[in-house]
Design a binder for this molecule. Sequence first.
Ligand SMILES: Nc1ncnc2c1ncn2[C@@H]1O[C@H](COP(=O)(O)OP(=O)(O)OP(=O)(O)O)[C@@H](O)[C@H]1O
Ligand SMILES: [Mg+2]
Length: 296
Amino acid sequence: MRKATSVSQFQVFEDEGAETPAATLSAPDIQTSRPFAISLRGLSKSYRDGMGIHHALDGVNLSLEKGAIHGILGASGAGKTTLLRCLLRLERADAGEVLIEGCNWNTLSDMQLRRERHRVGVIFQHLHLLASRTAAENISLPLEIAGIRKRDREARVAELLEWFGISDKGSEYPAKLSGGQRQRVALARALATAPAILLADEPTSALDTETKLSVLNVLRRIRDEFGVTVLIITHDLQAAEYVCDTLSILSSGRIVESGPTAEVIDSPQTDEARRLFAPSSSPEERSAKASLRGDL
Ligand SMILES: Nc1ncnc2c1ncn2[C@@H]1O[C@H](COP(=O)(O)OP(=O)(O)OP(=O)(O)O)[C@@H](O)[C@H]1O
Ligand SMILES: [Mg+2]
């Protein structure tokens, strides 16, 4: 369960003079109880392409307990990124509902949505760090957008740099940082406004084993220390197995299995899951996976 946030850690700094304070998140349409961190109901999204209509998401239902680390595992093209985009309302689903801590995001105006988005931090697969900004300035960006005053922004950024162990990198530009350091900057930026939920799209892709392990451990610490609910979208079975409490298998836009990670992996119930877990026929990939399993 979510722990009380401490002033020195994940409290959002409020700018008394700002028009849109980040911390006082007005939450229209909030239900009295907030049973789930995320609840998706019948989420569907289709695209028209040369072949006709393609159902990228086909009635996705998913409910995540607060404080969970949940993985959505699926092959390329399964609909993972589409799910993330529709969840964040970066793209409108054709049908279905997104409830974030009980608040129905379908019904929010654009202004309400901007405020509510502070509840959700995101780390995208390609990080999207701004090359022209230092690490500290990148982390500061969401605080600037939220109208947080400079003094509080600086304090918050310093706190985050320290928590992520990169205090000495604050004035470096992304190009001068290692992959793992860039990942930490992106995570710090995602957490800048003290969200209750963190979404991570392929957070371990293109990382070496050691860096991958350290990023996964950071994700777990974020949940353990701050009670943040973490949703990881990935095709990396080993990473999901290592860090996720629960797992869903997404295939052709549908969730075909969900459950405790070990159960889903040890006793897959569907052909889609079995295919996903099938050992690779490539000796190189097999040996990479074996060494990763050993390390993790
Ligand atoms: N804007 C779009 N227009 C048309 N088709 C799209 C669009 N976005 C996604 N799709 C299609 O929807 C399906 C799901 O795409 P999505 O990017 O969600 O997959 P993914 O699971 O994230 O794959 P990957 O692991 O390769 O990132 C794919 O068949 C893709 O071609
Ligand atoms: Mg994707």
